[in-house]
Design a protein. Sequence first.
Length: 444
Amino acid sequence: MKKNKLMLLFIAAISIIKPAFAQNKAYETTVDGVKVIVQPSGNDIVEIQTVIKGGLQNYPADKMGIESLAMTALTECGTVNHAKNSFKDALDKVSAELSGSTNKDYAVIRMNCIKTDFDAVWKLYTEAITQPRFDTVEFKRIKQDAINSLKETEGEPDAAIDKFANKVAFAGRDYAKDPQGTQAIIEKLTAKETKTYYQSILTRSRMVIVVVADLDKAVIESKVKEMLSVIKPGTPYTLKKSFFRIYNNTFSSESRDLATNYVEGVTSGPQLDAPDFYSFMVAMRIFANRHFLDVRTKNGLSYAPQAWFSTGTTSVAKFAVSTTQPDKYIAVFDKLVDSTKNHGFTAAELADMKVTFLTGFYYKNETNFAQASSIAANEVLHDDWKRSLTLIDNIKKITIEDANTAFRNYIGNTVWVYQGDTKKVNPVLFTNGTIKRADNPVGQ
């Protein structure tokens, strides 16, 4: 009876969710070999994101940060027709936004403006993409800003432990690189070298364009065609994807003078095209709640323990805590994982998480920017932008058996890293856990 009641509550909650995507039907078109995805917005805001695929796969480890600098330079160093200040002034006059950024898998150059200002802002947007100046003085400035940001991040223990975890877990893989680079690398990069790099990745074969706006299809195609006319076709490009599997628990540590100690673990997660991708995503969110309850509430071991599913071309599950008692933490963690694998999640937990997950997703995707970002990510990573529109169906059909099986199949041997007082941790406890490890996850 209780299970039926929970399901009725779930159905009722889903029925009142009004998806941010519930406007006129989205569609795709192709302009000169580039896929253009359009989601009518139902408002007067224009959000356009031009995606360049590749991210970390585009450059070697000794050039980390070059793509990040290039994306920043597009809107911070001026264009052939506008010096930086006049470029910024033109945007400020109409309260428009232009920016470039990059992550592990792709870069994004975006514009946001009022529909009535579209023509004027599109001209600046096109200039930034196709005619960037890479002014040496301004480039020196953004290099220093990047270095300052790196120094600030290094001083944040949560960010530092995650970087350390990536470096250790993904050694020999692209994900070991940091998109923001290092101070030593950034200092050596020149405006000329960075511009040359940008020109090498600016090809139609790497591009996807997402438009969230109420614009006529003919107008969109005409504007995009004009921009693409000066961009080379390039050779066919496919983003490489890989599965992450660890056959033995490992432990790596760094001695750091910190107020407390930081621990992070990295283990398997389903690939982007795995049939249990969403089941695992929901399972990890339920486990995150259990992890928080056990680690903080019941044992007082950490102020903000975390567990999450980090998705991308290499998807993994991660766990992180700051604690004065790392050995006690791993004992609690192992016991919690064993219990979850042996007894599974409950129907109540699943029903509650479905509502929480979907409500949060649609709440976050109320803006044109968020909608465009979701469409872009699904197109680049999953090769299917429509997944951003059908998420509710994928989540609704997950059963308790799906969630439990996904968790059991992937959570296993873990790469553990530690920063802090190395005298307070026993590595053996992290490498000789009693968790039953998954050797051959399904769907891979």
